[in-house]
Ligand binder design. Structure first.
Ligand SMILES: [Fe+2]
Length: 248
């Protein structure tokens, strides 16, 4: 049986580039499968946006994008790195593995990694799965993901309504997700605060931030309007790429 120390050593190897698939096969499925994802490398860095702050207008306003990226996300990066700094050995892990196995972390930093690490991962995915409307953003799902959506949900329109409903009903702050498991099955649900789908052993494909900081300047308390508008900037090509990577 793989020991706890053995798992740590294997994860350290994964962090040096051997890949989580190798680790998981050696470990016999002791840990949930986690695909490599945006936000994984540690120490964490604030990823540059792949578009200008004003590029998602009018659906997401420039000031919100700037504050969200340079203040909110930056604070999560700092918080995560501060939490991990006394534990350099942990930085050989991927953040996705860490979030999937929070109980393996020292108790002193478990909550900080859950909140700051989850937030860093969630926001990194959020930026990467949006694009300017009409220039990569909006439209319909593509590729293998489009097929899976049709099979499981019947239509992209119905899927959107489920994701919007999960986001609208989230009390307080959180996220609404399309996620998948290692077999490619799709899931729609909401997580509170900065909780990650990786905590459920899933891969985040698409997430909409429903913290008020993500929409309040333009939409005030009208979260449902923000959720409806968000689909104009969804980057289905990027979401499908995440799905196809998760299936490998
Ligand atoms: Fe946010």
């Amino acid at each position: 049986m793989t020991t706890r120390m053995g798992r740590r050593q294997l994860l350290a190897l994964a962090g040096r580039g051997l890949g989580s698939a190798v680790v998981l096969s050696v470990m016999g499925g002791l840990r949930p499968a986690v695909a490599r994802a945006a936000g994984d490398p540690l120490p964490a860095v604030l990823p540059p946006l792949p578009y200008a702050y004003e590029a998602l207008e009018p659906f997401i306003d420039t000031q919100t994008m700037m504050l969200h990226h340079t203040r909110h996300h930056a604070a999560l990066v700092t918080g995560l790195n501060n939490a991990l700094s006394p534990y350099p050995e942990l930085q050989a892990q991927s953040l996705g593995d860490m979030l999937a196995n929070l109980d393996d972390l020292p108790a002193a930093i478990r909550t900080a990694v859950r909140n700051n690490g989850g937030g860093h991962m969630n926001h990194s995915i959020f930026w990467a799965t949006m694009a300017p409307s009409g220039a990569g953003g909006g439209g319909e799902p593509v590729g293998a993901l489009a097929t899976a959506i049709t099979v499981q949900f019947g239509s992209a329109g119905y899927l959107k309504s489920l994701i919007n409903a999960a986001g609208a009903s989230r009390f307080g702050s959180g996220w609404t997700w399309l996620a998948c498991d290692s077999a490619g099955k799709l899931y729609v649900y909401s997580t509170p605060n900065q909780d990650s789908t990786y905590m459920s052993g899933h891969t985040s494909l698409l997430g909409i931030d429903v913290w008020e900081h993500a929409y309040y300047l333009r939409y005030n308390n009208r979260r449902a309007d923000y959720l409806n508008a968000w689909w104009n900037v969804v980057n289905w090509s990027a979401v499908n790429a995440r799905y196809e990577t998760a299936l490998r």
